[in-house]
Design a protein around this ligand. Structure first.
Ligand code: F6P
Length: 550
C-alpha cells in the first residue's frame, strides 16, 4: 500500500472527487445525457482515431484533466525533452529517442552538440550491412548466403525488434529472424536446433554489453560457431549493437560489424536505433525508414498540437484518470490484430519499467499511486480466456482496444475474417459499456422457455454490470508508417503520465537488486559457498534444488 506525507494538490483532490462522481454516474448515463458524446470525446490525427467516449469521463472532467496537465508544466517538460535537456535527472542524461527518427535538418542537439549527422551515419552503416545481408553480398564464412539471423538480447534489446518483426511480417522479405533472450539454455538450444550455422548471422544486442543473459547466450553461440566452422569463421557470423564499443571489441567483433548508439537512448526506447537492425534486415532500409517516419509524424503531432487535440496527451490523461482518479490498478491492452501479439509484452516494459516508481523527482514518496500493471493479449483470443473477468469480475479493468480498419489479407476469400474481427472488437467495447440488466437477463431466459423459478435463479449469473471503461485506438492498416506512429503514441503517453505522477520515467533502479542478489547466489547454487547466511526460505530452496540435482 503506497503512503506519502506529501499532500495532494487541490486539483488532484478535485479530480479524484470527479472520478468518483463519474463512476457513480456511469458511462451509459453519460451517453444518455449527451447524444453527441462520440463527437465530443473522440480525437483524430489523420486516420488515427482515439475514442475516449466509452470511459467514465465527462467533457468537464476532461477539461479539468487538461488544466492539470497545464498546471504540472507538461508543455515545458515536453519541450525540455525535445531540446535535449538532461531530464533523466538521476542519471544526468538527455532523453532523445525522438532524434533517432528525425531528419538531420530537424536540428536535434544535446549539450550544445548537433547529433543528426551521427545518427544518419549509423543508419547508413546499418543500411549498407542490412542490404548486404539481404542481397547476399555479405555472406557467411563459407560464402553461403545468410538465411537466418538470430538476435541475442533481452529487455529493450529484444522486445522492440521481436515485436516489430512480427508486426511488419507482410513486409518481411529478408532472412528469417529469430530472437533469443532468456538465460534458460532451452531458448538458445531450441533456436539452434532448427538452424544451419553456415548460413546464420548472430546479432549481439546490448546497450551495456554486460547483461548476463545476453553475454552468456552470446558466448554459447560463439562456441557453437567455433566448434562447427572453426575459430576463424566467428567474425563472419557475428555482429553487434551497443553503446559500449570497447566491450564489443573485447568480445572479438570487428568495428565494421559494430553499430553504436548513445546513452541518451533508453533501452526500452531503442527500437529506432541500431537495436532495430534485425528489423531492417528483415524488411529492408526503405520500409525501416517508413517506420521511423511514422514515429516522427507522431513526435511532431505531440510537440505541436494543442493539448486539447493532442493524442498522446489525451491518452495519458485518460490513463492517469483511470489509475489515480478512479483507482483502477491495471489496464489491459488488447490489439485486435494478430500481428500485434507481442505489443502488450513490449508495452509492459515500456510502461512498467518507466512508470513503476514510488518516489518523485524530489526523492519523496509520490503523493498519488503511479503506473498501473499493464497486460494483454490479442483479440479475439483473449475473449475466450480472460474476458470473463473483464465483464463480470469484481475489479474494473480499463481496456484499450487497438484496431486496424483494413487488413493485408483483403482478398474476397479473407474478407470475412476482418469483418468478424472488427465486429468482435466493437461488440466487446459495447458489451463492457452497456452490460445486461437483471430484467433483461430474466426476460431472455423466459423467452428461451425457462421456468420462472429457473429464470429467477439464473438471472444474477447472466447479469453484466456494464459501465466498464474502454478506449479504442483505430487506424487504417498496420503498415510500417502507421506502426511507427502507434509505438511513438504509446511512448509519449508514458511520458505524459510520468509528468502527472511527477516521476522520472527514464531510470530503472528497481531491476538492480535482483541482479545483485543473483550474482551473490550463483556460487551458492554452484555449491562453492554455503547458504547459511541466507534467509531460511532461500537456504531451504537451495538445499532442495541441490538434492534434486544430485
Ligand atoms: O535490466 C533491465 C535492463 O537494463 C533494461 O532496461 C534493458 O532494456 C535490458 O536490461 C537490457 O539491457 P542491455 O541492452 O544493456 O543488455
Amino acid at each position: 500500500m503506497h503512503t506519502s506525507s506529501t499532500p495532494l494538490s487541490p486539483s488532484v483532490e478535485n479530480l479524484q472527487a470527479r472520478g468518483k462522481t463519474a463512476l457513480d454516474t456511469g458511462i451509459r448515463a453519460l451517453f444518455a445525457a449527451d447524444p453527441q458524446r462520440f463527437e465530443h470525446l473522440s480525437f483524430r490525427h489523420d486516420d488515427l482515431l482515439l475514442d475516449l467516449s466509452k470511459c467514465a469521463l465527462s467533457r468537464d472532467d476532461l477539461s479539468a484533466l487538461l488544466a492539470l496537465a497545464h498546471e504540472c508544466g507538461l508543455e515545458a517538460r515536453r519541450d525540455a525533452m525535445f531540446a535535449g535537456a538532461p531530464i533523466n535527472a538521476t542519471e544526468g542524461r538527455a532523453v532523445l529517442h525522438v532524434a533517432l527518427r528525425a531528419r538531420p535538418e530537424d536540428g536535434f542537439e544535446t549539450a550544445g552538440h548537433k547529433i543528426g549527422g551521427e545518427i544518419e551515419a549509423v543508419l547508413a552503416a546499418m543500411a549498407r550491412f542490412a542490404e548486404g545481408i539481404r542481397d547476399g553480398s555479405i555472406a557467411g564464412s563459407t560464402g553461403r548466403r545468410i538465411t537466418d539471423i538470430v538476435n541475442i538480447g533481452i529487455g529493450g534489446s529484444d522486445l522492440g525488434p521481436a515485436m516489430a518483426t512480427i508486426a511488419l511480417s507482410p513486409y518481411h522479405d529478408g532472412p528469417r529472424a529469430h530472437f533469443v533472450s532468456n538465460i534458460d539454455g532451452a531458448h538458445m538450444a531450441d533456436t539452434l536446433k532448427a538452424l544451419d550455422l553456415e548460413t546464420t548471422l548472430f546479432i549481439v544486442a546490448s546497450k551495456t554489453f554486460t547483461t548476463i543473459e545476453t553475454m552468456t547466450n552470446a558466448g554459447t553461440a560463439r562456441r557453437a560457431v567455433a566448434d562447427k566452422l572453426g575459430e576463424a569463421a566467428v567474425g563472419a557470423h557475428f555482429c553487434a549493437v551497443s553503446t559500449a564499443l570497447d566491450k564489443v571489441a573485447a568480445f572479438g567483433i570487428g568495428e565494421d560489424r559494430t553499430f553504436g548508439f548513445w546513452d541518451w537512448v533508453g533501452g526500452r526506447y531503442s527500437i529506432w536505433s541500431a537495436i532495430g537492425l534485425p528489423l531492417m534486415i528483415a524488411i529492408g532500409e526503405t520500409r525501416f525508414r517508413e517506420f521511423l517516419a511514422g514515429a516522427r509524424d507522431m513526435d511532431r503531432h505531440f510537440r505541436d498540437a494543442s493539448l486539447e487535440q493532442n493524442l498522446p496527451v489525451l491518452l495519458g490523461l485518460a490513463g492517469w484518470w483511470h489509475r489515480v482518479a478512479q483507482d483502477h490498478p491495471t489496464r489491459a491492452v488488447i490489439p485486435y490484430d494478430q500481428r500485434l501479439a507481442r505489443l502488450p509484452a513490449y508495452l509492459q516494459q515500456l510502461d512498467m519499467e518507466s512508470n513503476g516508481k514510488h518516489v518523485g523527482l524530489d526523492g519523496l514518496p509520490t503523493p498519488t499511486v503511479t503506473g498501473p500493471v499493464v497486460w494483454g493479449e490479442p483479440g479475439t483470443n483473449g475473449q475466450h480466456a480472460f474476458f470473463q473477468l473483464l465483464h463480470q469480475g469484481t475489479d474494473i479493468v480499463p481496456v484499450e482496444f487497438i484496431l486496424g480498419a483494413r487488413a493485408h489479407e483483403d482478398g474476397e476469400a479473407m474478407r470475412i475474417h476482418q469483418d468478424l474481427l472488427i465486429a468482435n472488437c466493437l461488440a466487446q467495447s459495447e458489451a463492457l459499456m452497456k452490460g445486461r440488466t437483471m430484467e433483461e437477463a430474466r426476460e431472455q431466459l423466459l423467452q428461451a422457455g425457462r421456468s420462472a423459478a429457473d429464470a429467477e435463479r439464473i438471472a444474477p449469473h447472466r447479469e453484466f454490470s456494464g459501465d466498464r471503461p474502454s478506449i479504442t485506438i483505430l487506424h487504417e492498416i498496420l503498415d510500417p508508417f502507421r506502426f511507427g506512429r502507434l509505438v511513438a503514441l504509446y511512448e509519449h503517453r508514458v511520458f505524459v503520465e510520468a509528468q502527472l505522477f511527477g516521476i522520472n520515467a527514464y531510470d530503472q533502479w528497481g531491476v538492480e537488486l535482483g541482479k545483485e542478489l543473483a550474482t551473490g547466489l550463483l556460487p551458492v547454487v554452484q555449491g562453492k559457498s554455503d547458504a547459511s547466511s541466507r534467509d531460511s526460505s532461500t537456504a531451504g530452496l537451495v538445499a532442495a534444488i541441490s538434492a534434486l540435482r544430485n
